[in-house]
Design a protein around this ligand. Structure first.
Ligand code: HEM
Ligand SMILES: *[C@@H]1O[C@H](CO)[C@@H](O)[C@H](O)[C@H]1NC(C)=O
Ligand SMILES: *[C@@H]1O[C@H](CO)[C@@H](O)[C@H](O)[C@H]1NC(C)=O
Ligand SMILES: *[C@@H]1O[C@H](CO)[C@@H](O)[C@H](O)[C@H]1NC(C)=O
Ligand SMILES: *[C@@H]1O[C@H](CO)[C@@H](O)[C@H](O)[C@H]1NC(C)=O
Ligand SMILES: *[C@@H]1O[C@H](CO)[C@@H](O)[C@H](O)[C@H]1NC(C)=O
Ligand SMILES: *[C@@H]1O[C@H](CO)[C@@H](O)[C@H](O)[C@H]1NC(C)=O
Ligand SMILES: *[C@@H]1O[C@H](CO)[C@@H](O)[C@H](O)[C@H]1NC(C)=O
Ligand SMILES: *[C@@H]1O[C@H](CO)[C@@H](O)[C@H](O)[C@H]1NC(C)=O
Ligand SMILES: *[C@@H]1O[C@H](CO)[C@@H](O)[C@H](O)[C@H]1NC(C)=O
Ligand SMILES: *[C@@H]1O[C@H](CO)[C@@H](O)[C@H](O)[C@H]1NC(C)=O
Length: 316
């Protein structure tokens, strides 16, 4: 009897441990919408085949969702009479994109299993599929998030990191979300894909000294000292549509585009991890995948909290 009780307790504890993040698991839709993952993957692949940058834009949407009130689909809500959305927050305005792709996914998934798959989970899966489609690692996406009824504009302005951040500010911003410094350095490797607007890096390319001068002049050509705020440059000058280690090798030759990027390799405490990733893609890929799972676990709505939106742009 005693032995049985002890075993029962151990079993309960193990169950609890396997469910530390509560709540999410990778089989959540296995019986309720078994084909949703192939549907999401097909739309993502098609969107990237049409425009490879779209993969980057979708990965960033998931990040900007998770850092504001947790991964709850709040970034997807449009402004309405009832809601002030997050789309016009400083880090998002004229910058976040990919909403049409998420709408296409949502309508196909709704047609298959109505009211079942949340927008927050669609973002998490589409982000993983985007990384894979561009040559990066794969991972099992944890599922079971529900969608918020509201957004948090001031939260977006406060919690999304700025490209002028120092290393310490970046570390604190991620720590505040329960992510380690190691996670932060790995997740920053997402800047191996996608583009940034001139306004986000102008000061760096004209006024900073820890920048490769050949690189600075070439970027200046499309980012004038004044004007051209929305002109784009690739975050990874070598291979902007391939998910690889070039983000880190660029940092080592002082070719980080954003001030915040170069902060990770500037004779500071992040240098050694940058060097590790620049020398070993396997290590980067496995750390990035683990960090994406950690980011995806930021305070999800679960159980009966929130709802599964029918349209990702507004509450039901
Ligand atoms: C470490 C702090 C970070 C800062 C300061 C930062 C800042 C930025 C900025 C300023 C841009 C360009 C936006 C624009 O031109 O309007 C950008 C783009 C991007 N960011 Fe970050 N970011 C950070 C972390 C991350 C993370 C954690 C991810 C994903 C895991 C990510 C994914 C991306 C991607 C993929 C793009 C390109 C998007 C596109 O081309 O549409 N970033 N980021
Ligand atoms: C996954 O989570 C859901 C909701 O918490 C639960 O009903 C389901 O049993 C879980 N599946 C596994 C394999 O743990
Ligand atoms: C699942 O979805 C994919 C992609 O949309 C499609 O090709 C496939 O036929 C679907 N399978 C089933 C069983 O519905
Ligand atoms: C394809 O990408 C272009 C931008 O390169 C965009 O304007 C267009 O809407 C996209 N088409 C589809 C079907 O996604
Ligand atoms: C705003 O909220 C009211 C009351 O819940 C609802 O009737 C109305 O449809 C909402 N409007 C929009 C645009 O969501
Ligand atoms: C967002 O961008 C638009 C277009 O550039 C601008 O008119 C508007 O003032 C911006 N909104 C905020 C809140 O900055
Ligand atoms: C919005 O986000 C901030 C964090 O920056 C938080 O303190 C606040 O409680 C959030 N507001 C709502 C209504 O969720
Ligand atoms: C560069 O620094 C100078 C002197 O501090 C300042 O006047 C100028 O506006 C800065 N330029 C940019 C693009 O930040
Ligand atoms: C500067 O960048 C160029 C390519 O743009 C590269 O060939 C050179 O090695 C870099 N210089 C340094 C010091 O890293
Ligand atoms: C880093 O330290 C080296 C050696 O002390 C020095 O030559 C270099 O300029 C420093 N780089 C930066 C960006 O401070
Ligand atoms: C890269 O790192 C992995 C562990 O992440 C290790 O097994 C492998 O030997 C390393 N490869 C090289 C070339 O150092």
């Amino acid at each position: 009897m005693m032995a049985f009780r002890a075993l029962a307790w151990i079993a309960l504890i193990l169950l609890g441990l396997s469910n530390v993040n509560g709540q999410l698991n990778s089989t959540f839709y296995d019986s309720t919408c078994p084909n949703m993952s192939s549907t999401i993957q097909a739309v993502v692949k098609q969107a990237i085949a049409n425009e490879s940058r779209m993969g980057a834009s979708i990965v960033r949407l998931h990040f900007h969702d998770c850092f504001v009130n947790g991964c709850d689909g709040s970034i997807l809500l449009d402004d309405s009479v009832n809601i002030t959305g997050e789309k016009t927050a400083g880090p998002n305005n004229n910058s976040v994109r990919g909403f049409d792709v998420i709408d296409t996914i949502k309508s196909q998934v709704e047609a298959m299993c109505s009211g079942v798959v949340s927008c927050a989970d669609i973002l998490a899966i589409a982000a993983r599929d985007s990384v894979v489609a561009l040559g990066g690692p794969s991972w099992k996406v944890q599922l079971g998030r529900r969608d918020s009824l509201t957004a948090n504009l001031s939260g977006a302005n406060r919690d999304l990191p700025s490209p002028t951040s120092s290393l310490n500010t970046l570390i604190s911003a991620f720590n505040a979300k329960g992510l380690s410094t190691r996670d932060m350095i790995a997740l920053s490797g997402a800047h191996t894909i996608g583009q940034a607007r001139c306004t986000t890096f102008r000061t760096r390319i004209y006024n900073e000294t820890n920048i490769n001068s050949t690189f600075a002049s070439s970027v200046q050509a499309n980012c004038p000292f004044s004007g051209g705020d929305n002109n784009l440059s690739p975050l990874d000058v070598q291979t902007p549509t391939t998910f690889d280690i070039d983000y880190y090798t660029n940092l080592m030759s002082q070719q980080g585009l954003l001030h915040s990027d170069q902060e990770l390799f500037n004779n500071g405490s992040a240098d050694s991890q940058v060097t590790t990733y620049a020398n070993n893609q396997t290590t980067f890929f496995s750390d990035f995948a683990a960090a994406m799972v950690n980011m995806g676990n930021i305070s999800p709505l679960i159980g009966s909290s929130g709802q599964v939106r029918t349209s990702c742009r507004k509450p039901n």
